[in-house]
Design a protein around this ligand. Structure first.
Ligand code: IYR
Length: 220
């Protein structure tokens, strides 16, 4: 039988306060920019820990919490990740990407060089747990794994931004090398690498814009 307890954590606000709160939240999150130039300034581990705890509150399939976050500070491991990622990216930019894809990416000014993978103080390698391995060795299905891990990653990015840090969602593809480098089991699949730190002094970002409300919504 499921066990139910009273909902004690919900907070109700007067409507005017609700309007203020959602607007100020929007004002805060709209300041977030993906950064590709990082400072090597250290970040207290406690900030990362609380952001990961925030990520771990994400709604997810059957509360299995099918994710794992590997927090990397070790310079040798960061270098290994950079070398492996740049190898894949070289392949992507010179062979695998279609001309249309490269054309769409041009606004970002990205290329196969990923120095931030070594400069930034933290890399968080995020894994989705595709299935569980039971004590007898058999496999058991997880549910909505990408949706769950995607939501958790969104909360992680938002928490880090809220704390005053910059992030970059990096998805070298394929990312199979990550399991070997950070020693995660086969039932976990690399989801993305989150690069975390302070922006470099004089960091620049592409002049791009988010869609308007009417472009992303229909009220019916
Ligand atoms: N993974 C490559 C290419 C890339 C693809 C997309 I779609 C982006 O939004 C950004 C980059 C890279 O990291 O350069």
């Amino acid at each position: 039988m499921p066990n139910f307890i009273p909902l004690t954590t919900y907070r109700k606000y007067p409507e005017n306060e609700m309007k203020e709160r959602v607007l100020s939240f929007y004002e805060e999150v709209r300041r977030r920019r993906t950064v590709r130039q990082f400072s090597d300034r250290a970040v207290p581990r406690e900030i990362i820990e609380h952001a990961v705890l925030a990520a771990g509150t994400a709604p997810n399939g059957a509360n299995i919490q099918p994710w794992h976050f590997v927090v990397i500070t070790n310079a040798a491991i960061k270098r290994q990740i950079r070398v492996a990622a740049e190898k894949e990216e070289h392949d992507f930019y010179t062979r695998r990407a279609t001309p249309e894809w490269l054309e769409d990416l041009a606004i970002l000014g990205t290329d196969e060089n990923k120095p931030f993978l070594e400069t930034a103080p933290y890399l968080i390698a995020i894994f989705e747990e595709s299935y569980r391995v039971l004590p007898d060795g058999s496999h058991r299905k997880n549910y909505y794994v990408s949706e769950s891990t995607g939501i958790a990653t969104g909360i992680l990015i938002t928490a880090l931004h809220h704390a005053g840090l910059a992030t970059l969602t990096h998805t070298p593809s394929p990312m199979g090398f990550l399991n070997d480098i950070v020693k995660r089991p086969k039932n976990e699949k690399p989801f993305l690498i989150l690069v975390v730190g302070f922006p470099a002094e004089n960091a620049t970002v592409p002049d791009i814009h988010k869609k308007e409300l009417n472009e992303i919504t229909s009220f019916i």
